[in-house]
Design a binder for this molecule. Sequence first.
Ligand SMILES: [Zn+2]
Length: 198
Amino acid sequence: MKGLAPLVPDTFSSLKWRDTIMFEIPPHGDQPLIRVFDNSDELQKATGHRVCHGYFDAKENLIVATADSVAHEIGHFKDFRSGRMKVVGEIDDPQERIEARLRNEIVAILFSYAKCGQGGATLKHEVKFLDWIRYLANREDHSLLQRKIESLKFSEIQDLAEWLTLSTQSWFDRLQFIFRSYLTDEQFVLTYHASSKG
Ligand SMILES: [Zn+2]
């Protein structure tokens, strides 16, 4: 249970953790420890966090996820490790914060889709976003949009997410609308500092 204490609310004992964890993937080298839960109810019971998928905690080098969202959280981990993930907690400008949150989340969604196909999109806004990006590909002649998502390198996924989430794009309002429930999650805003939750 080393390194876990800061995440566990006082009311939960380590025994409680062991009872609810579905399984653990031990880390190799500098990769994160991955704790996988049956479902988001189990995850929330154990961590006390109300989160969509789980989260990647950069400080603890820990991924907590449901079985169907491991790829999404690994996307956040890879983004962080590349040095390109935006640290939302350090951004004061509200517009820039939205851009950064959308950028980070879209990197994870695209990575998960590239690895797991439609099965990697578990939440309503993810499915809507993937539908929308196919629609956009028919209208916008951007080279990365014209490629199959599964053929993109990770850095290209990051490039695409950064281009899509520029607030100067004509579709920025549309993106905010698709992600409105994600963007209004207060808990996320409050806890998004050293770690990437969502
Ligand atoms: Zn996420």
